[in-house]
Design a protein around this ligand. Structure first.
Ligand code: NAP
Length: 280
């Protein structure tokens, strides 16, 4: 068997086109475009690039962005004040605080200053608990993107065994909870898991969210399983041994062009959703 490709580039393009249409409709109704505030603290080159990409993509899809750039020396109190002001600004619909922030800052305190209705990156405890309770709210963008991909390819989740490798608060843990909300039976694996190969071999759906090149071997994959590789390692290498896994899986995400493009698309979709909710 050679796996079909889950084309994240195509799915994200479709989602962005729908989002741009909704942004245009909002702009006509509200007399202003949806607005995403991006907050960048310091000069980490990777963070600067990510924020620039998010702002460019916003602009291309009819969403304005308000860039807040703060120095490396910013204190927790100063950052919380900036985010609280954005939370209270009626012209701002979504707030993105670029991670990581300099080490003197209490990042959790800063995230918690984001109003739940503007938490379009799904980073607050409110959003996390709403997701756990399966209530409406914003989700962490990469897990939300993974769920979109599974839906776009009609992957049946109810009663299926999903194995999530990785348990970070922005990726592994929430994607497992979203799979559980869809009635999958979910197993989490992490760095202390002693029988990773055996666990993966049981999976109908595998989500790899580790950040270790080709940790998951093709020979472990159950024939017909669906493989979602969220890992992104230097040299465009995922967490799954791609060629060998494609021989066993029914569907697989490429790296790049699988999970990656979905994250910004979900961020913009959630920004427009926040803007629409402000008019309701
Ligand atoms: P992270 O915070 O470093 O978490 C990595 C997770 O992998 C941890 O839960 C860790 O376990 C687990 N792990 C480490 N070594 C392991 C091993 N040998 N066996 C099993 N589990 C192991 O990373 P992250 O932020 O979740 O990101 C994971 C990957 O996804 C990275 O490659 C990142 O670049 C990628 N990513 C992609 C996107 C995107 O496509 N847009 C977005 C976010 C992240 P412990 O908890 O026990 O330490």
């Amino acid at each position: 068997m050679t796996a079909g490709i889950i084309d994240g580039t195509a799915v994200s393009k479709q989602l962005l086109a729908e989002t741009a249409a909704r942004a245009a409709a909002f702009t006509e109704k509200a007399g202003r475009a949806p607005c995403l505030a991006t907050v960048l603290v310091g000069h980490d080159p990777a963070s600067e690039t990510y924020v620039k990409m998010k702002r460019n993509r916003s602009r291309k899809n009819g969403i304005t962005s308000k860039a807040v750039e703060l120095p490396d020396t910013t204190t927790t109190e100063e950052l919380v004040k900036v985010i609280t002001d954005l939370s209270e600004d009626p012209e701002v619909d979504g707030i993105l605080l670029q991670h990581p922030v300099p080490s003197q800052i209490d990042e959790r305190a800063a995230f918690e200053a984001i109003a739940p209705g503007k938490d379009v990156d799904g980073v607050t405890m409110y959003s996390f608990s709403a997701m756990a309770f399966d209530l409406p709210g914003f989700h962490s963008c990469t897990p939300a993107g993974i769920m979109r991909l599974l839906k776009a390819y009609d992957v049946e989740l109810s009663g299926k065994h999903a194995v999530v490798v990785g348990r970070s608060p922005i990726l592994g843990k929430p994607v497992g909870m979203l799979l559980l909300n869809e009635n999958a039976t979910v197993t989490y694996c992490h760095s202390r898991t002693t029988d990773l190969a055996d666990q993966v071999a049981q999976a109908d759906v595998i989500v790899a969210a580790v950040g270790r090149p080709e940790l998951i071997k093709g020979e472990w994959i159950k024939p017909g399983a669906v493989v979602i590789d969220a890992g992104y390692n230097p040299g465009n290498v995922g967490d799954v041994e791609r060629q060998a896994a494609a021989e066993k899986a029914s569907l697989i995400t490429p790296v790049p062009g699988g999970v990656g493009p979905m994250t910004i698309a979900m961020l913009l979709e959630q920004t427009v959703r926040a803007a629409e909710a402000s008019l309701a």
